[in-house]
Design a protein around this ligand. Structure first.
Ligand SMILES: *[C@@H]1O[C@H](CO)[C@@H](O)[C@H](O)[C@H]1NC(C)=O
Ligand SMILES: *[C@@H]1O[C@H](CO)[C@@H](O)[C@H](O)[C@H]1NC(C)=O
Ligand SMILES: *[C@@H]1O[C@H](CO)[C@@H](O)[C@H](O)[C@H]1NC(C)=O
Ligand SMILES: *[C@@H]1O[C@H](CO)[C@@H](O)[C@H](O)[C@H]1NC(C)=O
Ligand SMILES: *[C@@H]1O[C@H](CO)[C@@H](O)[C@H](O)[C@H]1NC(C)=O
Ligand SMILES: *[C@@H]1O[C@H](CO)[C@@H](O)[C@H](O)[C@H]1NC(C)=O
Ligand SMILES: *[C@@H]1O[C@H](CO)[C@@H](O)[C@H](O)[C@H]1NC(C)=O
Ligand SMILES: *[C@@H]1O[C@H](CO)[C@@H](O)[C@H](O)[C@H]1NC(C)=O
Ligand SMILES: *[C@@H]1O[C@H](CO)[C@@H](O)[C@H](O)[C@H]1NC(C)=O
Ligand SMILES: *[C@@H]1O[C@H](CO)[C@@H](O)[C@H](O)[C@H]1NC(C)=O
Ligand SMILES: *[C@@H]1O[C@H](CO)[C@@H](O)[C@H](O)[C@H]1NC(C)=O
Length: 479
């Protein structure tokens, strides 16, 4: 009985076109910078709950820098403001006569320009910064960066501790330099953005503005970003109606409710594609984590289908294949087998989840127009599955960003051995069906593989628990 379902499952796997003969390594070609901005853009993210505080005590190690933002509430702060930093202790091994810390500050609310700052030295364990009336009234924010010196003979875990107080106004957040919003993908008329943990301060709202020029003078769009204008737990934002092949310059600002304070978190740019080959879909019912451009259908390009219909078509295809797998899984004492083999925390639900992710990744390929060495070219009316070739019928040639290897490794790890799930072994075999960051050359900035997550970099290589096994799915079971 069990074998019957396995055979069924394997038939499904083959139907998905995982025959390795379909995968040839791309001839490395010329590539331009892609429009995928899953790269580090300077960002700020309030990780600590410092909003509204007037005093914090913290510590700083060697050769480090910490940056804080201060909000001046102009309704309260009508006179001088004093920021005082007191060193409570120095590293025990510190022998120098100077304090070892320096304070820098600036008013520019564009955090990306914070390097251009003014300097204050510590004297007698204190740095005091006094801002006069005029300065306070002219600015809503100040940024202060504390930097520590090096100490060749000191031990690594030694640090300075300090207390920072502001006489009026408040310490708004600890600027960490991480990206608050990032570009997930673009197509020929829209951009998909993801804002990670946007609402750590409930008393703010965000505004996304797009400009058509690098000087940020011609604004073409302004959109309020609040928790009802984003979708999913990754806070996805799709901006549509943009011009094909145009570059947009964006700012992401934050407004504090009840004040006129605006903080520019980030500036970034993106360029739309000049081809209709790939179309962004997201918010699918079954493949929930699909949020990227996929091969467009002939019907869509002809205007006979909407993007939502295209998304539903892909989603329906994936979920119809999943039904067979779930049925097969029910036929075996899944949890028992997993308990015997792995830690009890791996459950059949983990297997279902991993299989689902893998299925979505291989049935809903990520599409690009970039000719990158790790991508696979498909001509018009071709695709990795018969479904894509015959039902989607891509009207234009496109490149596939192959799924990340860790998506395959996850099913090997999480599913009962009876399924015989295996991943390809050698890098030449892997490269035919999967991608991985480690196959990028030094200096490459394009997305190596489709991981479903935004931290695609090395997310896969952290799952080292299992020695990953060889070959393609199911073959072992069938033989
Ligand atoms: C601010 O962030 C830095 C890391 O960037 C951390 O070391 C420091 O402790 C934080 N300060 C406070 C007061 O949370
Ligand atoms: C503000 O600072 C100026 C000089 O920086 C000083 O003359 C003035 O007395 C201060 N005012 C208050 C209210 O502290
Ligand atoms: C406030 O400080 C700025 C910069 O230090 C200075 O140029 C300005 O003259 C001061 N204004 C007053 C009223 O003291
Ligand atoms: C800090 O940097 C200086 C030179 O910039 C170096 O000599 C020193 O060893 C560094 N200290 C630590 C603890 O990393
Ligand atoms: C941007 O501003 C600079 C100087 O203000 C000017 O030289 C340049 O032409 C501007 N560029 C555009 C695209 O407007
Ligand atoms: C979210 O923003 C929209 C404008 O884009 C506004 O109409 C709506 O009221 C806001 N919702 C909340 C909960 O603030
Ligand atoms: C949106 O924010 C409001 C106010 O903070 C909160 O009550 C509501 O639960 C949030 N909704 C979602 C979907 O997060
Ligand atoms: C897209 O823009 C680039 C640079 O602006 C231009 O060289 C290229 O010809 C454009 N492509 C199309 C299809 O218009
Ligand atoms: C767009 O942003 C990138 C950094 O993400 C930067 O290197 C590039 O110069 C920007 N392009 C323009 C035209 O400003
Ligand atoms: C969904 O897939 C099933 C089975 O493949 C098919 O019968 C059905 O017509 C599809 N529905 C849509 C809306 O595509
Ligand atoms: C695409 O078509 C061209 C010419 O029609 C052909 O040379 C090439 O091999 C095809 N590529 C693929 C991946 O089928």
């Amino acid at each position: 009985m069990f074998l019957v379902y396995l055979v069924l499952l394997c038939a499904v796997v083959h139907a998905q076109g995982l025959d390795i003969s379909h995968y040839e390594i791309d001839v490395p070609g010329q590539f331009m910078q892609d429009n995928l901005f899953e790269r580090s853009v300077e960002r700020s993210l309030p990780t600590q709950d410092l909003y509204g505080l007037q005093s914090v005590t913290s510590s700083i190690g060697f050769n480090e820098s910490q940056t804080y933002a201060f909000a001046f509430d102009t309704k309260i702060a009508t006179s001088n403001i004093t920021l005082k930093i007191t060193i409570d202790s120095r590293p025990p091994s510190w022998r120098s006569s100077d304090e070892g810390l320096v304070l820098y500050y600036d008013f520019d609310d564009d955090l990306t320009d914070i390097e251009d700052t003014k300097k204050i030295e510590f004297r007698n364990f204190e740095a005091v910064l006094t801002l006069n009336n005029t300065q306070v009234n002219m600015h809503s924010f100040m940024f202060a960066r504390l930097m520590s010196g090096g100490c060749g003979q000191c031990r690594n875990n030694e640090e300075w501790t300090y207390t920072m107080e502001i006489s009026s106004g408040s310490i708004y957040f600890n600027y960490t330099g991480e990206t608050l919003i990032s570009v997930v993908d673009v197509d020929d008329e829209s951009v998909l953005l993801s804002g990670a943990d946007l609402w750590s301060n409930p008393n703010t709202e965000f505004v996304l503005s797009l400009y058509s020029d690098a000087n940020y003078t011609s604004e073409v769009l302004t959109q309020v970003i609040n928790n009802s204008t984003v979708t999913g737990d990754r806070n996805l934002i799709q901006i549509t109606g943009l011009q094909r092949n145009s570059t947009y310059f964006a700012t992401f600002t934050e407004h504090l409710f009840g004040s006129d304070v605006t903080l520019v978190h980030q500036r970034f740019n993106f360029t739309l594609r000049d081809s209709q080959a790939c179309k962004i879909i997201h918010n699918l019912e079954f493949c929930k984590d699909v949020a990227y451009a996929v091969p467009a259908s002939a019907a869509l390009v002809e205007g006979a289908q909407t993007v939502d219909q295209l998304a539903a078509l892909y989603d329906n295809y994936s979920s119809s294949l999943y039904v067979n797998f779930d049925y097969a899984l029910q036929q075996i004492p899944c949890d028992t087998e997993l308990d015997a083999r792995y830690s009890p925390i791996v459950t059949c639900d983990d297997c279902r989840h991993s299989y689902r992710q893998w299925l979505c990744a291989v049935t809903i390929p990520r599409c690009s127009t970039l000719d990158a060495p790790l991508y696979k070219l498909y001509n018009q009316s071709e695709g990795r599955t018969d479904f894509i070739a015959q039902t989607i019928q891509p009207p234009l040639s496109y490149y596939e960003v192959l799924p990340c290897l860790n998506i395959c490794q996850a099913i090997v790890r999480d599913c009962p051995p009876d399924f015989g799930f295996k991943c390809p072994s050698t890098s030449s075999l892997i490269k035919k069906s999967y991608g991985d960051d480690k196959y990028l050359d030094d200096g490459d900035t394009y997305l190596a593989c489709n991981s479903f997550t935004f931290q695609h970099t090395s997310a896969g290589s952290r799952t080292h628990h299992i020695p990953w096994i060889l070959l393609i799915l199911c073959l072992a079971v069938l033989l």
